[in-house]
Design a binder for this molecule. Structure first.
Ligand SMILES: [Zn+2]
Length: 381
């Protein structure tokens, strides 16, 4: 069934249809069905690589190299308090040239702009190589069964990508002023330091884990882990949680818990950071349990055809040159880049992502689609 045209253009229309589908992680809410209905007439073949309630769409057109992947996620983060939204987050609404709705920037606009770019490009003629969409409904959650799973499956089949564009909101102040060419790695730890509970009046009979932990943490906080490099800021260490104590004022606690996280650059590795942390802990804490989690390796796409095509396309459209950015949080690019694809993130302005009243400028939608079109034509035209 065709949905009504607004007169604001095809990207706007498709984006509105996507926003109206309430796709809270990991619920795709029919977004991939809608995308298939748009891509089927273009000749795409579809495979659902679903896992554990997550919808994963792998859609391909053509054959052979180069393989260009357009990647995105249909899931959105929770709305937060509904009474603080000016309009219903799942009813797209326009005010003064801006479209409001959950997912407007992160990242249903990227997906809509990609689909419309592909429609225009293919209307003008066939492309060389293979064009693919990799769409998941689990990016905002644990992201275990989304892109990571699809990459594992395709890698086992011997699929080798050349390029990937992730449609995450990368722009800073104006569309195309920034593209993401790398991301820091993320390594975290739940640390429990064990002592011996006792009476504060008899400290020799207890073993205070807080007293053991504090000098260890002071050392970790003061450590310069590396100096970064021309692409990345230095690795950072941050404590996010600290808890100890029984609540009583006369009891030495028996344990102390800390949660900390590294955002690390390519000058350090997860293994080297772990080893250095353990060396500090071993000196200060006779007994502790460290439960590490590693949610992403750092990656960096060096200057090659993809970045060249992205810069040329953006410059042609906006007249500006994008900044190459490697900060910010993680994205599914962390799974695609290590697969061997030159990977960049190009998308709308990111100032409202995950916030109340998430929005995107309507004029940016068609422009973003032109940027993707320019990259496709340069690399596959
Ligand atoms: Zn996102």
């Amino acid at each position: 069934m065709a949905e009504a045209s607004s007169g604001e253009g095809p990207v706007f229309d498709l984006l509105c249809q996507l926003i109206a589908r309430k796709s809270l992680t990991p619920d795709d809410a029919g977004c991939c069905d809608l995308l298939e209905s748009r891509l089927a007439p273009l000749g795409f073949s579809f495979e659902r690589i679903d896992a554990e309630g997550v919808t994963n769409l792998w859609a391909t057109l053509g054959s052979g190299a180069p393989l260009m992947i357009l990647a995105g996620h249909t899931d959105v983060v929770p709305t937060g308090p509904l009474d603080q939204w000016i309009s219903d987050p799942f009813v797209p609404s326009v005010r003064e040239g801006v479209l409001y709705g959950r997912g407007a920037a992160d990242m249903k606009s990227g997906i809509a702009a990609m689909v419309c770019a592909v429609e225009r490009v293919l209307a003008a003629g066939p492309l060389r190589g293979t064009l693919a969409f990799l769409i998941t409904s689990d990016e905002e959650g644990m992201a275990r069964h989304g892109t990571r799973h699809v990459v594992d499956v395709l890698r086992q089949r011997g699929v080798k990508p050349d390029y990937a564009i992730v449609g995450e909101a990368s722009s800073n102040e104006i569309l195309g002023d920034r593209i993401v060419v790398g991301r820091r790695g993320s390594l975290g730890c739940n640390l429990r330091v064990l002592g011996k509970q006792g009476h504060v009046a008899y400290p020799h009979k207890g073993d205070n884990p807080v007293h053991r932990l504090i000098p260890a943490l002071a050392e970790l906080v003061a450590t310069q882990w590396d100096n970064g490099n021309e692409h990345f800021p230095p690795t950072s260490f941050q404590i996010s949680n600290f808890h100890s104590g029984t609540g009583a004022n006369n009891v030495i606690p028996g344990e102390a818990d800390v949660v900390f996280n590294f955002r690390y650059c390519t000058e350090s590795s997860a293994e080297s950071l772990k080893a250095r942390v353990h060396a500090v802990l071993d000196r200060h804490c006779p007994s502790y349990e460290a439960d590490w989690w590693h949610t992403g390796e750092p990656f960096l796409t060096s200057h090659g055809e993809l970045i060249g095509a992205a810069v040329a396309s953006i410059t042609e459209l906006t007249g500006g040159t994008p900044e190459f950015f490697t900060g910010g949080g993680t994205s599914d690019a962390r799974f695609i880049a290590p697969w061997g694809a030159q990977t960049v993130e190009i998308g709308p302005i990111n100032d409202s992502i995950h916030k109340l009243n998430e929005h995107v400028k309507i004029e940016d939608l068609a422009a973003l689609s032109r940027i993707y079109e320019g990259v496709l034509l340069r690399l596959l035209g």
